[in-house]
Ligand binder design. Sequence first.
Ligand SMILES: N=c1c2ncn([C@@H]3O[C@H](COP(=O)(O)OP(=O)(O)OP(=O)(O)O)[C@@H](O)[C@H]3O)c2ncn1[C@@H]1O[C@H](COP(=O)(O)O)[C@@H](O)[C@H]1O
Length: 107
Amino acid sequence: MSRFTIHDLAATIDARAASGGEASYTRKLLDKGPEHCAKKFGEEAVETVIAAVENDRDHLIAESADLVFHLLVLLKSRGVKLEDVEAALAQRTSMSGLEEKTARKRD
Ligand SMILES: N=c1c2ncn([C@@H]3O[C@H](COP(=O)(O)OP(=O)(O)OP(=O)(O)O)[C@@H](O)[C@H]3O)c2ncn1[C@@H]1O[C@H](COP(=O)(O)O)[C@@H](O)[C@H]1O
């Protein structure tokens, strides 16, 4: 079985953004603009926090899936590619998280 990745989901979101999309939830979100996409992302983040605090594993997985989807839609709404985020992450692999935190304070 081939593995479904976040890149596959990003490609679907790209396709929905480019389509007519009357039946597409993705397209409906994008049509409402980045502020609406950001609000939805925030709601999903809160739901993910609640699932984590309640230590509900299945709920945490489901909410995390919603959260990743809404993050990708939010990035799309602002013209940021998943590859841009990956590049930012890749730059950090040469230093520890604590070093990266210190470097941020210097910026
Ligand atoms: N992965 C997802 C995905 N995860 C979550 N969601 C939707 O995100 C919403 C988040 O939950 P909410 O509780 O906020 O839902 P809601 O109250 O119905 O949302 P609103 O009406 O307030 O916007 C739900 O409607 C979910 O169905 C997703 N919708 C789409 N996808 C993927 O995107 C693809 C394209 O979908 P369409 O754009 O609809 O064709 C799908 O095939 C999936 O692969």
